[in-house]
Design a protein around this ligand. Structure first.
Ligand code: HEM
Ligand code: FES
Length: 345
């Protein structure tokens, strides 16, 4: 939490996260480039550039798949939450791996071209009207541009400058980049592949991303309104929230609400942390304050304000309990509005 906006600095968990990520990438590339060829018995092995291109290209695709899976996986199972914590470094590393792939492609494809490699890349193939021989590189270029923009704006400064809403919308571009990479490979490498492995693995990855999103989305299906005229929506049974924990409640047409149980009373605030939109409902109450699971910003239960000297504020929501069920009025109160916590009968 911050009195003014202060970026979250490095800490031991971030270093461990990054070290594991680098080790996994290093292992993948090492096995692909130096171990696997020793066990391969083919008359025409891949040349160095093609091998580098395939190693870094496939690695970038798997990393991108993992990034897109982390969000829904963490919604479905809290044990994936630690992966969410430092997802931005994941993104920046993916961008670096993708850039290495693109660099290998430029070196290999255009090393004998009299033209500048970038000019050759953009003008070498203009068969846009046909699927066979389509200039699949354009999809790779688009995906790479998106990754570079997202990596460049991943710092907290940009989050603060662009506002969390715009920043989040910008980062949704990752889905467009993923689609572009799938087209890049489907119209490129898969057209000439003699081995079905790449096609099978890519299909499984795309199915995994899709399935996890559908499963996480259906969990967050908006609860029913009590009646067409009633503003109250059913959040769930009081018993579904353990002491000191929260419940994320999807709201039709709005941002989710986080309902917390503390000291035998219930309070509701916006589920979006004022720092980086972290999922507050997946956090806990620590020292009497809702504590964000991502970087530990804290908010008071009754008014959604960070304790002094900090200044962040969340929207609060009216609650009531009927027949053991929690009901929420989904219209948000202005951030920082006091709402008396509701005693659990
Ligand atoms: C300037 C951008 C890019 C260029 C010029 C480029 C170029 C290429 C080329 C020439 C190939 C080989 C196609 C073949 O074997 O017929 C390829 C394959 C591939 N690219 Fe890209 N690419 C770019 C960006 C990307 C990005 C951003 C990703 C992923 C995030 C990506 C993932 C892949 C994958 C997975 C393959 C298949 C590798 C394999 O054969 O196993 N590419 N790319
Ligand atoms: S503390 Fe960073 S998102 Fe909540």
């Amino acid at each position: 939490m911050s009195a003014r906006y202060v970026p979250v600095g490095w800490n031991a968990s971030k270093l461990v996260y990054d070290a594991i990520l680098l080790a996994v990438i290093g292992l993948y590339i090492g096995v692909f480039l130096w171990v696997a060829p020793r066990f391969q018995h083919v008359t025409l092995p891949l040349d160095d550039y093609s091998a580098r291109m395939a190693a870094f290209g496939s690695c970038a695709f798997f990393l991108l798949t993992a990034i897109l899976c982390i969000g829904p996986a963490a919604r479905l199972d809290r044990r994936f939450l630690p992966l969410l914590y430092n997802r931005r470094h994941f993104g920046v590393l993916t961008c670096a791996v993708a850039l290495t792939h693109a660099n290998a492609a430029l070196e290999w494809y255009f090393s004998y071209s009299p033209k500048d490699p970038f000019v050759a890349l953009l003008s070498g193939n203009t068969s846009f009207a046909q699927a066979q021989g389509f200039p699949f590189e354009v999809f790779g270029i688009f995906a790479l541009l998106v990754l570079v923009v997202l990596a460049a704006t991943s710092h907290d400064f940009w989050l603060s400058f662009l506002t969390p809403r715009v920043w989040k919308a910008l980062h949704m571009g990752l889905y467009a980049a993923y689609l572009a990479v799938v087209l890049h490979v489907a119209l490129g490498a898969l057209q000439t592949a003699r081995n079905p492995l790449l096609a099978v693995v890519m299909t499984l990855c795309v199915l995994l991303v899709g399935t996890l999103h559908v499963a996480a989305g259906s969990r967050r299906a908006p609860p029913p309104a009590l009646a067409a005229t009633s503003p109250w929506i059913v959040a769930g049974p009081v018993a579904s929230i353990a002491e000191g924990h929260g419940l994320v409640v999807p709201v039709p047409g709005g941002e989710p609400v986080a309902v917390f149980r503390h000291d035998g009373r219930l309070s509701a605030v916006s589920n979006l942390c004022a720092h980086q939109n972290g999922p507050l409902g997946e956090g806990r109450v620590i020292d009497g304050c809702i504590t964000c699971p991502w970087h530990g910003f804290q908010y008071r239960l009754a008014d959604g304000c960070a304790p002094p000297p900090y200044t962040e504020k969340l929207a609060t929501f009216a609650l009531k309990i009927e027949d053991g069920m929690i009901l929420i009025d989904p219209s948000p109160n202005p951030p920082g509005t006091f709402v008396e916590p509701v005693a659990i009968p």
